[in-house]
Design a protein around this ligand. Structure first.
Ligand code: AMP
Ligand code: MG
Length: 415
């Protein structure tokens, strides 16, 4: 049997990052930067006010905290407008959040500290201001967030919605990223029914492809659903060869077990460069990995996951997901792992394998993550595993008693 780490290294070695591309910023959500983003603009682009209020000369309101002062309102600047005259002594301008400061102004008094006095017979408007503000109060200085030439984000950063917003704010129209992967997913097996029709004896509902398509999407891949491919060698070969041309990787489930004489084995063995493994883990012992060459010679990785639904899930998590993340330029390939507290016995027998028990977990008052096994641990019993939060790693041996420390691998990202 192949130790998990050896199998992972073998697979990762054949799944290098794809060559970077320059893409429109709007198409870059979730992708990983392959080059730093350097700002060509300053943010904010001009001095502006952080509050609604009155643009003042701080010296004119130096005593307003004790005795309110009445000043002349010479105009109004809304966000988006430009000041059309400078501020003289004794003058103020009503100003809205985000509007540019007029020349001569060095602070802003917020509207809460003002009282409108109206316009007198001569057409002069006044306001009573009742707070003293230091020079610079409520002023957002040009460039106090970003300067021209600042490195905003280094290569290796994943583009989140907030990062997209920063890209917009510095007017980065394109970014250099590792491209999104297009991944084909298929299920194999004559027993699989995916059209809702009544089951005949021996038939079961297809479920892996549904799950794997979702897991691929969650991993940031574009998914090409190749459906259920019947046990027909010519058909399977055609589907796989087309997929290799159209896609960056192929994920298939079923037909990789030791005992199987399966068309998957026959076809992949003939057209691709495959390694069939017996992994030293439970579930998900059978696993196959290889590459299928496109007509131009480009090798396209193929992940052959076991058909049992729980095994398929575990195999995807441990083998396919890290490799696909590497191809998309991610630095961190695996999910968060942590040392948890076993809240139940995790007994097992020695069998040369590491067991991945599916668990429900949560942080408790002691600040630690506590786990207990989900109900049914059979590799066909997906219903219990489906709502698991994590997998507990139980090393070969007799297992662990309740209360012991146990390594777990979360099944979702901690953000
Ligand atoms: P296999 O790996 O093809 O030997 O399949 C192992 C078990 O998983 C068998 O019970 C299959 O019927 C079942 N199985 C295979 N593929 C799927 C699938 N796509 N959805 C649900 N069960 C499957
Ligand atoms: Mg099968």
């Amino acid at each position: 049997m192949t130790p998990l780490e050896d199998a992972q290294q073998f697979v990762l070695g054949q799944c290098p990052p794809k060559p970077p591309v320059e893409v429109d910023r709007h198409a870059a959500a979730g992708l990983v930067l392959a080059a730093p983003v350097v700002s060509a603009e300053i943010v904010p682009p001009f001095d502006n006010t952080a509050v609604d209020g009155y643009a003042v000369r701080a010296e004119d309101v130096a005593t307003a905290g004790q005795t309110p002062v009445d000043l002349v309102v010479i105009g109004e600047i809304a966000a988006g407008a430009a000041p059309d005259r400078p501020l003289g002594p004794g003058e103020v301008i009503r100003i809205m959040t985000g509007a540019p400061l007029p020349d001569g102004c060095d602070a802003v008094v917020m509207v809460e500290d003002s009282e409108r006095l109206g316009t007198d017979a001569d057409g002069v408007e006044r306001v009573r201001l009742s707070s003293t503000v230091p020079v610079g109060a409520a002023v957002r200085a040009a460039g106090d967030d970003v300067q021209v030439g600042d490195e905003m984000f280094p290569a290796g950063v994943r583009i989140t919605p907030a990062i997209e917003a920063v890209l917009a704010s510095v007017n980065a129209q394109t970014v250099t990223v590792y491209p999104r992967l297009r991944v084909a997913v298929l299920s194999t097996g004559d027993e699989l029914i995916d059209d809702g029709s009544p089951l005949e004896m021996g038939q079961i509902r297809e479920s892996n492809k549904t799950m794997l398509a979702g897991m691929l999407a969650e991993a940031g891949c574009d998914v090409v659903d190749l459906g259920v491919v019947r046990d027909d060698e010519a058909e399977l070969e055609r589907v796989l060869r087309d997929a290799a041309v159209e896609c960056d990787a192929i994920v298939s489930s079923g037909g990789v077990s030791m005992g199987d004489y399966d068309v998957v084995k026959a076809v992949l063995g003939r057209i691709a460069d495959m390694t069939w493994m017996q992994m030293a883990i439970k579930p998900a012992k059978p696993f196959a990995f290889g590459t299928l060459a496109r007509p131009d010679g480009t090798p396209v990785p193929i992940f052959g996951l076991p058909g049992n639904p729980v095994s398929s899930l575990v195999s995807f998590e441990l083998m396919a997901r890290p490799a696909l993340r590497r191809m998309m330029g991610h630095a961190r390939l695996t999910r968060t792992s942590l040392v948890a507290v076993a809240d139940a016995d995790f007994r097992r027998s020695p069998d040369g394998k590491v067991h991945f028990a599916r668990v429900n977990g949560g942080f408790a008052d002691d600040g630690r993550y506590h786990v207990q096994p989900v109900g049914a641990q059979g590799s066909h019993q997906l219903s219990a595993t489906a709502s698991a939060d994590a997998m507990a790693v139980i090393p070969d041996g007799e297992g662990l008693p309740a209360g012991a420390d146990v390594a777990v691998l979360l099944l979702a990202d901690l953000t």
